[in-house]
Design a protein around this ligand. Sequence first.
Ligand code: BES
Ligand code: ZN
Ligand code: ZN
Length: 477
Amino acid sequence: MGVTIKKAAKAGAKDNIVLLVNSKTKLQEHGLTAAEERFAKKELKAAKNGAVVLNRLGSYVVIPHVKTEKEEHIQAEKFRVAGHGACKFLNKKKLTSVTVVDGTDNATNALAFTEGLALANYQFLKYFKDARERKNSLAAISLVSGATAKQVTDLKHVCEAVTEARTLVNEPWSFLNSVQISKEIQRIGKKTGFKVEVLNKKKIQALKMGGLLAVNQGSVDPPTFSIMEWKPRNAKNKKPYVLVGKGVVYDTGGLSLKPTPNSMDQMKCDMGGAATMIGTMAAIAKAKLPVHVVGLIPATDNRPGGNAYTPGDVVRMHSGITVEVLNTDAEGRMLLADALSYAKKYDPQLVFDAATLTGAAMRAFGSAGIAAMGNATDSQWSKLEASGEAVYERVIKQPFWSEYGDMIKSDIADIKNIGGPEAGHITAGKFLEHFTDYNWIHLDIAGPAFMMKEDSYRGKGGTGVGVRLLFNFFKNL
Ligand code: BES
Ligand code: ZN
Ligand code: ZN
């Protein structure tokens, strides 16, 4: 995001100001002159969207026009989107700092606006020759509101973690291969405070992770399996939470090759689930949440190289279950399955996995929500759903009926790796269920993980979806 966020007591006389208002705000109490107030009120009435701008010759006052909503979480989202609009303006004017003043007396909205502004300021410029010229000017946000210092630092931490996740997704395979992702995890762990252990190919072989090894057979790079852990002394939970992320650093489909152009173009994003879980670990560690969490990232690319696994192969998985491979493009579930069965050793309280797993989830919900399924308790589900609304990364709980499980029965092995043409995201979930024996929620983020065109503060490219969701879930525990 390239911007710092801090709490401030009040705005300085020469600051650039974004003033958040509603119909009750008394503008003169926030430093506007009577003439400015008259002008702003008239303009706000006329404005359908956008913002009123007061040019004070040397500084600006921006008053975003935000539609009033009845539902709190929809109102907050409107403020995030307004943050994106303000970001565009501030950078166009080449301003370096801004003070956000909450004239609505509502910390939730003020935090949401600041979040939208900070996330919208994110750029991925690493590969531009003239990166410096392209860089956004905005570098500092001060927030004057009723939000507590803790709320503001938590916001800063989660925005930084989303930034890490987005950059991991945006990195092409030429940089972020299976070995590099484990190095990035170590770097981020060192920076934010969580522990990392990386299992190499030998160790993965010794553990008989047949799914991860099968997908890796067509690759020139070895697989990696990274284990992250945040275990503070004051952890409130006895049994850890486990986060599993799909780390397919590039998905060609393997021998069941994806058609190109189009469906292969964005497949550097296929480690989006890994990015989500790495980002979540980073946010938790930065905020020093009192919760014991373990993260597991199985990583490889999926290619049709020399010894690639083939349609028709039978693979013995880490758990001992055998899988008939009928489509090598259904590779994510192969490596997630091994990580999920590895997770049993932690006797977890709850396991989340996140994965850009199926085109079916993308077709069903687009980028508007996360397809979720599993067998967690009602209370765990409702907490997650509440977090989804609060941060506007909404989860849609899918039916998980046994009939969907019947669709992956195989003639020659315990299960097969694809179902039929219907409900593909649910049959994928049913496949994963075989490798769990604990409370578990599967998040299929194929829709919202990567944007082909700019989507407000989520931007273009990797979104880091799921980091804010899971951070909110753990913060509220
Ligand atoms: N990585 C893809 C899913 C995907 C599609 C992610 C679009 C992001 C955007 C996954 O590995 C895949 O190829 N799934 C197949 C499974 C099928 C062969 C059963 C799919 O969904 O088409
Ligand atoms: Zn695939
Ligand atoms: Zn994939």
